[in-house]
Design a protein. Structure first.
Length: 109
């Protein structure tokens, strides 16, 4: 038993987890503000497909969002990224912050 445990009766790790749960458990803090703009359904495309731009972290993104199965494809720089579910794209592009899932939930109402 170290000095900290003798004084406080708990380990340092337990104390830090109680004080800073989002840091010590590796979970992200609250999501940043997302500004959705320029959403439209292109003609001659499948029903449920929406092209949507949004801004987060002062960066603009553009995605093809297919609402029926919640699949997204990054088209930000004019090249098409891989088609993924919104959840998988969150983990790939936005480090698990839930940003893409929030965008899809708002766009596909």
């Amino acid at each position: 038993m170290n000095k900290f445990q003798k004084i406080f009766g708990i380990t340092l790790t337990t104390a830090l987890t109680c004080l800073f749960p989002s840091v010590t458990k590796g979970t992200p803090g609250p999501a940043p503000k997302i500004y959705i703009n320029n959403c439209y359904s292109p003609p001659r495309e499948p029903q449920g497909l929406i092209i949507c731009g949004f801004n987060v972290y002062s960066t603009n993104y553009q995605y093809r969002i297919y609402c029926p199965n919640r699949t997204v494809r990054n088209i930000t720089n004019g090249s098409w990224g891989q088609a993924r579910t919104a959840f998988v794209e969150d983990n790939y592009q936005f480090v698990g912050r839930g940003i893409m899932t929030q965008v899809v939930n708002q766009v596909c109402r």
